[in-house]
Design a protein around this ligand. Sequence first.
Ligand SMILES: [Zn+2]
Length: 97
Amino acid sequence: MLSKIKIIASTAVLIGILLLLANLDDAYNLYNIPYFLIGGGIILLAVSLLVINKEKSWLCRIGWHRYEQVGREFDLPGLYLYRCERCQKEKKVVKAV
Ligand SMILES: [Zn+2]
């Protein structure tokens, strides 16, 4: 159910952006519908992410992690290990040296 909300919200944002880019104002009177779609979609997306994700920090829940380099993978050169200082989520980053 929640993942459906995410899809609906992303679709709304996408349609809003497409409507803006298509610039149909001359042919159709859309008023502020594209802006409502984008704004509403972003809010809905943020809310659904806050509900779905269980990280302690709400910034982490919307995917805004604060990664710090904590080490490197010695097996594979160029692969570095990062950890979020708020929620301890880890990710591996490949860096070209
Ligand atoms: Zn985090």
